[in-house]
Design a binder for this molecule. Structure first.
Ligand code: ATP
Length: 347
C-alpha cells in the first residue's frame, strides 16, 4: 500500500496491472479447484422429498410432521414398532391415503404424482393374483394392465427364482413364492424405486433369506428401495439408510453405518454412586446417564477412552469397582430411541 502511494505515473500503472494479473490468476485457480471439487462430488438425484407430513385419523396423529428425503441408488428402511405410522406414510406417498398437512414430491417435482407413480413399483398389501392362473399367465396379465411389454417377464421370473415354476398355478404357491412373484410383478416396468411394506412378514427363515437376497440383488442393479419393517435385523442386513419412527414421529434418520458408529457408552460401578452421577452429569463428554441396580450406564456424546475417564474420576476421588466401555448395536439404539421422547438427529 505504501509502495503504491509513493509510486508515480507509469510505476502506478504497472503496479495496477500486476495486481490485476495476480487477482485473475487467483480467481482462475479457485474456479478450477471448485470445478474439480464439483466433478468429484457424487451427484445426488432426488427420488422423493417428504416435507412436514402429518396424518390424523380423528384425534389420533398416525404421522406427525415427518420430513425425509430419498436419493437414487440407496436402500432405505422405515423402521418402527407396530402402529408407528410406517404403512400410513407409504400410503400417503403412493396416493392411496390423503395427508392432513404437509407435502411430498417425486423426482425433484419434475412430474405430477400420477406420472411419477408409473416409475414406482410398490407392494403394500399381501400378494394377490388370480389363483387359477399360472405365474406366467398372471404376469402377462399385469403387463397388459400396466401397458408394458412382456419382454421382461422371463428376466424378472429368473431374478426372483421362479423361472422353473412359471407354469405352476398361483393357488399352489407358498407365501414366500407369492411374495417373490409380487416382487417380479412390481419390477416388470423396471421402476426407479421399489417400495415394500414388511416384505418378510409371515415367512419362514428360508423365505426371509430369499426375499432379502432378492432385495439386495435389485438394489445392486441400481434400483432405489424403500422398505417398511419392524425388524431391526432386517434393516441392519438390507438397508444403507434408516428412518426410525415412533408413534408417527421421526426419531432418527441417516445412514445405518453412522448410527452404528456412535461413541458408545460406559458401564460403571463405585461405592459412592451419587458423587459419580454428579461428576458424569457435569462432564461435557456425556449425554444420558442411567442408574439401575447399582450400575451406571453413561452414554457418550463424543469420543472418550476408558483410561482417560478412569484417571479423571480417580483424581476427583472416585474409585471404580467396574469399568466397561461398550458400543451399542443398532438394536440397543433402536430400543433406547423408541423409549426416549427426544429427536436425536435430522437429515
Ligand atoms: N384407516 C385408519 N383409521 C384409523 N386409524 C388408523 C387407520 N390406519 C391406521 N390407523 C392408526 O394409525 C396408526 C399408525 O398405523 P400404521 O398402520 O401406519 O402403523 P405401522 O407402523 O405400519 O404399523 P403396523 O406395522 O402394525 O402396520 C395406528 O395407531 C393405527 O391404528
Amino acid at each position: 500500500m505504501i509502495i503504491f502511494k509513493e509510486a508515480h505515473g507509469r510505476k502506478k500503472i504497472i503496479i495496477i496491472i500486476i495486481i490485476i494479473i495476480l487477482y485473475c490468476n487467483k480467481t482462475r485457480s479457485y474456479s478450477s479447484s471448485r470445478h474439480e471439487e464439483l466433478k468429484n462430488k457424487p451427484i445426488l438425484e432426488s427420488i422423493l422429498t417428504v416435507n412436514n407430513l402429518t396424518k390424523k385419523f380423528g384425534f389420533l396423529a398416525a404421522v406427525k410432521d415427518l420430513s425425509f428425503s430419498i436419493e437414487k441408488g440407496n436402500v432405505y428402511g422405515i423402521l418402527g414398532p407396530n402402529g408407528s405410522g410406517k404403512s400410513t406414510t407409504l400410503g400417503i406417498i403412493l396416493n392411496v391415503v390423503n395427508q392432513t398437512s404437509g407435502d411430498f414430491s417425486w423426482f425433484g417435482g419434475t412430474t405430477s404424482t400420477h406420472n411419477a407413480l408409473k416409475k414406482v413399483g410398490a407392494i403394500i398389501e399381501r400378494p394377490n393374483f388370480y389363483p387359477y392362473m399360472t405365474a406366467l399367465q398372471n404376469l402377462k396379465l399385469v403387463c397388459k394392465i400396466k401397458d408394458v411389454g412382456q419382454d421382461k417377464i422371463e428376466e424378472k421370473l429368473a431374478l426372483v427364482g421362479l423361472q422353473e415354476r412359471r407354469n405352476t398355478k398361483f393357488s399352489t404357491f407358498s407365501l414366500g413364492m407369492k411374495q417373490r412373484l409380487a416382487i417380479a410383478s412390481a419390477l416388470l416396468n423396471d421402476p426407479e424405486i421399489l417400495i415394500l411394506d414388511e416384505p418378510t412378514n409371515g415367512l419362514d427363515p428360508q423365505g426371509i433369506h430369499q426375499i432379502r437376497e432378492i432385495i439386495k440383488k435389485v438394489a445392486s442393479s441400481g434400483t432405489t428401495i424403500l422398505l417398511a419393517s419392524h425388524l431391526l435385523d432386517e434393516v441392519e442386513k438390507v438397508c444403507s439408510h434408516v428412518i426410525i419412527l415412533r408413534k408417527g414421529e421421526k426419531l432418527y434418520s441417516g445412514k445405518v453405518e453412522d448410527m452404528l458408529a456412535t461413541h458408545g457408552f460406559f458401564e460403571l460401578k463405585t461405592a459412592d454412586l451419587n458423587a459419580l452421577v454428579t461428576l458424569l452429569n457435569n462432564h461435557a463428554s456425556f449425554g444420558k446417564i442411567n442408574q439401575e441396580n447399582g450400575l451406571i450406564t453413561a452414554f457418550l456424546k463424543e469420543e472418550l477412552d476408558a483410561l482417560t475417564l478412569n484417571q479423571y474420576l480417580f483424581e476427583k476421588g472416585i474409585v471404580l469397582s467396574h469399568l466397561v466401555k461398550r458400543k451399542e448395536s443398532l438394536e440397543e439404539q433402536f430400543l433406547t430411541l423408541t423409549n426416549t421422547p427426544t429427536t436425536i438427529n435430522k437429515i
